[in-house]
Write a protein that binds this ligand. Structure first.
Ligand code: MG
Length: 374
């Protein structure tokens, strides 16, 4: 057991945000909340991280910390206080402990330094922020000048807080600092951080998720040659024309360019890597399969597609009459409103292979938001 231990309480069973899994296991920006919480505790001054979970949550814990080399979880009690107590009793030999909640996962590294520095001269240190809103109790305004909103992690000298918890007889406490002060310990307040706001309601999750996604742009380009006796498929729409495009799949040049644009935003290779032309299973395949696979990769990464823009380059057929059907088809495949799908067309003034009517080229750009640490 290391000297400074982070104890993450992740034992809740409910979700006031309305989801069907306890919130510490809920996926936010591509990862469970608990995974964000433990990853933000990796710090040169923290020797080990232990997690307290609820009874029966072992499988969810293992899934959440997926791939990280962590010790077995500590099983907590019916309340947060009991869970902290169970955790403290399991941490034999620690000198300092940071007691933290998985519901405040985005811990800045500077906060760990601030707390541990303050612990040099105090038994405990907690982050606090001033109250900026007016407070009213029973119709009367409460002066807020000396009020502080207290956050976690809360840092303590280990033996002192362990004994304080063991001696506490007061039922549920507001936080561990209350238990510490009741035992006569000195608890300093250091400057808190808005990044540590607790995630409680659905709106909190949506706000955090949006804030942790960053924009990426991908580009795609494709060409297929005309051939007699082929069907012409563009953007997943069958277009009546005297010839079609030749290719291993249905040769939908628009969906190929678009699939490559989305793969580009993911930096996940190209359509040929994912669906090799040498693989017989893609012979004559509808290219909607490729686009849906790219869409699924974005969703699995915790991202979202914001907008796509396609330019189709050909002399014929005329694209205008089919533009709306193409937008709606792509919107359906990407599960986006048609207003976020742009289809444009141009010719090359009879120059080059498109100008001579030998084939069709398509260019696409995809704007995708992905978790910033992906
Ligand atoms: Mg192609």
């Amino acid at each position: 057991m290391g000297k400074t231990v982070a104890l993450v309480v992740a034992a809740g069973s409910g979700d006031r945000a309305g989801g069907d899994v306890p919130k510490q296991f809920r996926i936010v920006a591509g990862r469970p909340l608990l995974a964000h919480a433990v990853d933000h505790l990796v710090h040169p001054r923290i020797d080990s991280i232990r997690v307290v979970i609820g009874e029966g949550q072992e499988a969810a814990y293992r899934a959440a910390i997926d791939g990280r080399a962590f010790p077995a979880p500590i099983v907590g009690g019916a309340t947060r206080r009991q869970s902290v107590r169970s955790g403290l009793e399991a941490l034999d030999g620690a000198e300092r402990v940071l007691i933290h909640d998985a519901a405040r996962p985005f811990l800045p590294a500077s906060m760990i330094d601030r707390l541990l520095d303050a612990l040099e001269a105090n038994d405990g240190a907690v982050p606090g922020l001033p109250v900026v809103d007016s407070l009213i109790r029973g119709g009367e305004t409460v002066p807020r000048g000396d009020l502080v909103r207290v956050q976690t992690p809360q840092a303590f000298r280990f033996e002192a807080i362990r004994r304080a918890h063991a001696a506490w007889t007061g039922g549920e406490a507001g936080d561990d600092a209350e238990i510490a002060r009741a035992a006569g310990l000195s608890v300093a307040i250091v400057e808190g951080d808005p990044a540590l706001e607790k995630l409680t309601y659905e709106a909190d999750f949506l706000r955090v998720e949006a804030a942790r996604l960053v924009s990426r742009t991908g580009m795609g380009f494709d060409v297929h040659a005309f051939a007699a006796g082929e069907e012409l498929w563009l953007a997943g729409v069958r277009i009546p024309h005297d010839k079609g495009l030749r290719g291993h799949s249905d040769a939908d040049v628009v969906l190929h360019a678009l699939t490559d644009a989305i793969l580009g935003a993911l930096a996940a290779g190209d359509i040929g890597d994912h669906f090799p032309a040498t693989d017989p299973q893609w012979r004559g395949a509808p290219s909607s399969l490729f686009l849906k696979a790219a869409r699924d990769l974005v969703e699995r990464a915790g991202g979202r597609i914001d907008h796509v823009d396609v330019t189709i380059v050909c002399e014929a057929p005329r694209i205008g009459p089919h533009r709306q059907a193409m937008r709606e088809r792509i919107a359906g495949l990407l599960r986006l409103p048609a207003g976020r799908i742009s289809i444009k067309a141009t010719t090359t003034e009879r120059l080059g292979f498109t100008g001579r009517g030998e084939g069709i080229a398509a260019q696409a750009v995809a704007s995708v938001r992905l978790p910033e640490d992906r």
